[in-house]
Design a protein around this ligand. Structure first.
Ligand code: NDP
Ligand code: GDR
Length: 371
């Protein structure tokens, strides 16, 4: 008999990659899915089988991290060996607009899961992974950031995740539960949400190259992030639940890059060289050269601009993780480097943009705006 896992946040980027990984490993995978007025299962549709088919190993259940009774009932029915709590209001900027909801979901969600496991007497059976984050480090105390670096959260999102981090540690210490935090640094992929900065950039690169978009508006170009590939990072989540003892781990690449440089690297993928001029809110990225035979973007055209609406009330300037402990104890190391990640994201967005262009040429208009 294979193991049984429950994943919250299964419709998100990490949930989709993790479900794929666990199914490959022979797990039966149950996912918690929110009810929404439009279908939100794009990222996992390829994994879904008609539940009437024999040998189905992938199941979706309606639920919400703010609904304790729902979580208790589901965990009672599923009796999972492992729970991966990936569900969250995960957008740092949006958390300033919805601080209370963010606290409820991102802070208390894991408490409800831990309590459900305790109430149901599954403390010795069920192992729990909590999706903690490099946002906990916030205001820079030291670099690179390790499991021992002090936290200084800088957003309602990070403060909620701080509670989640400590309640996970507390239940481990108080009740001997196998519960651990993965302190994951930013990780991206072609299925990253469109409003996170990397995907916003790679999507704009593709659309600008194909003449579907004029400009890319961004916020703070000077911040630095340690970006990895989500595919590598879900492997680390699984490894954390396979150890003798539960522990917390930093998962990062150990390389940090400015948003401005990510923009330059992404445009270079379609043969566009950018030059940045101006300072702060006046800064713009101009086309310096355009090498690709298929894409004609005029030299000298400004295609990147700063828009203060994307500035955050308080910012995290620099994230750089030290994955030494994960390497030593889990044998984990990232496989993708930043160039490969960007190439995969731009290629995927080019495919999508070509479909959009084809539809537009056929008289359809999508008018999709993401920010
Ligand atoms: P996504 O935003 O792509 O996915 C979030 C998931 O959570 C979605 O499935 C979403 O459902 C679900 N969700 C949101 N609110 C609730 C709720 N109230 N109840 C149940 N489910 C809910 O995030 P990622 O996949 O990128 O991240 C996964 C987790 O890892 C998150 O907890 C995030 O905070 C954390 N994290 C992410 C990092 C990253 O760089 N990606 C780095 C460090 C931590 P729906 O599809 O319906 O919106
Ligand atoms: P982050 O990711 O806040 O690090 O949280 P995001 O991609 O949103 O921002 C990264 C940095 O880029 C700057 N930035 C912009 N960000 C967005 N979204 N849009 C812009 O136009 C823009 N311009 C500049 C931001 O100010 C920020 O400094 C992600 C999420 O996945 C969290 O859930 C996770 O916990 C952390 O990564 C680790």
């Amino acid at each position: 008999m294979g193991k049984v896992a429950l994943i919250t946040g299964i419709t998100g980027q990490d949930g989709a990659y993790l479900a794929e990984l666990l199914l490959e490993k022979g797990y039966t995978v149950h996912g918690l899915k929110r009810r929404s007025s439009l279908l939100n299962t794009n990222r996992i549709d390829h994994l879904y089988r008609d539940p009437h088919e024999p040998d189905t190993k992938f199941f979706l259940h309606y639920g919400d991290l703010t609904d304790a009774t729902n979580l208790i009932r589901l965990i009672q029915t599923i009796q999972p060996d492992e729970i991966y709590n990936l569900g969250a209001m995960s957008h740092v900027h949006v958390s300033f607009d919805t601080p209370e909801y963010t606290a409820n979901t991102d802070g208390l969600g894991i408490l409800r899961i831990l309590e459900a496991v305790r109430i149901l007497g599954l403390t010795n059976k069920t192992r729990i992974y909590q999706a903690s984050t490099s946002e906990l480090y916030g205001l820079v105390q030291e670099t690179p950031q390790t499991e021992k670096t002090p936290f200084y959260p800088r957003s309602p999102y990070a403060v909620a995740k701080l509670y989640a981090y400590w309640i996970t540690v507390n239940y481990r210490e108080a009740y001997g539960m196998y519960a651990c935090n993965g302190i994951l640094f930013n990780h991206e992929s072609p299925i990253r949400g469109e409003t996170f900065v990397t995907r916003k950039i790679t999507r704009a690169v593709a659309r600008i190259a194909l003449g579907l978009q004029d400009q890319l508006y961004l916020g703070n170009l000077n911040v630095q992030r340690d970006w990895g590939h989500a595919k590598d990072y879900v492997e680390a989540m699984w490894l954390m639940l396979q150890q003798k003892e539960p522990e917390d781990f930093v998962i990062a690449t150990g390389v940090t890059t400015k948003v401005r440089d990510f923009v330059g690297l992404a445009f270079a993928q379609v043969g566009i060289d950018l030059v940045f001029k101006g300072e702060n809110e006046e800064e713009k990225g101009f086309v310096k050269a355009c090498h690709h035979p298929d894409f004609q973007v005029p030299i000298g055209k400004p295609i990147v601009s700063v828009d203060p609406r994307y500035f955050r009330p308080s910012e995290v300037d620099l994230l750089l993780g030290d994955p030494y402990k994960a390497k030593q104890k889990l044998g984990w190391a990232h496989k993708y480097n930043l160039q490969e990640l960007i190439r995969e994201m731009v290629d995927s967005d080019l495919k999508e943009a070509k479909v959009e262009k084809y539809l537009q040429n056929g008289g359809y208009r999508t008018h999709k705006q993401y920010d």
